[in-house]
Design a protein around this ligand. Structure first.
Ligand code: SME
Length: 158
């Protein structure tokens, strides 16, 4: 039985440093991808309270919505479209301080002001992305990039 997450009040670094071992413990020894993605987004949402956090997985050359927390979201995103599709195409993390200034941003929620998308890369192929949206402008920076990439690297496919 999983225990309640221990929520840390503090700097962003302290919050990540607290939640990452908890995520490792949650997914350790569990081979089911959906179960692990679901617990990762739940743990991060509980710790940070962002507007939206979720995964999209590459399926038949599209990004398809996977476990998430927050308002309902677009189900499918094509390569090169929006922030998620661009992160997939470029295979790089995108930090978007103001979504209105990102050409082609897909507004799943009108409340979203800033966004970070981290690709999940295995054997040089993007298998999916981790997307986080905030109601605040410029909510994400190098710290989020570093820690969210670390979290994306924990995920075991197959
Ligand atoms: N804003 C994203 C779409 C996904 S939602 O924010 C959940 C984008 O432009 O790719």
């Amino acid at each position: 039985m999983a225990e309640d997450l221990s929520i840390v009040q503090g700097t962003k670094e302290e919050k990540y440093q607290s939640v990452i071992p908890q995520i490792k413990a949650l997914i350790d020894g569990e081979p089911d991808l959906v179960a692990n993605l679901a617990n990762i987004v739940a743990a991060l949402m509980e710790q940070f309270g962002w507007l939206w956090i979720g995964f999209y997985l590459v399926k038949e050359n599209q990004l398809v919505l996977a476990p998430f927390q927050g308002p309902v979201a677009c189900t499918r995103i094509k390569k090169g479209k929006g922030v998620c599709g661009t992160s997939w195409e470029k295979a790089e993390t995108l930090v978007v301080p103001d979504v209105e200034k990102f050409p082609g941003h897909i507004a799943c929620s009108s409340k979203s002001r800033s966004e970070i998308v981290v690709p999940i890369i295995r054997n040089n192929k993007v298998r999916g992305v981790l997307d986080v949206d905030s109601e605040q402008l410029a909510a994400f920076d190098e710290t989020d990039k570093q820690f969210l990439q670390e979290i994306a690297d924990l995920i075991i496919f197959e």
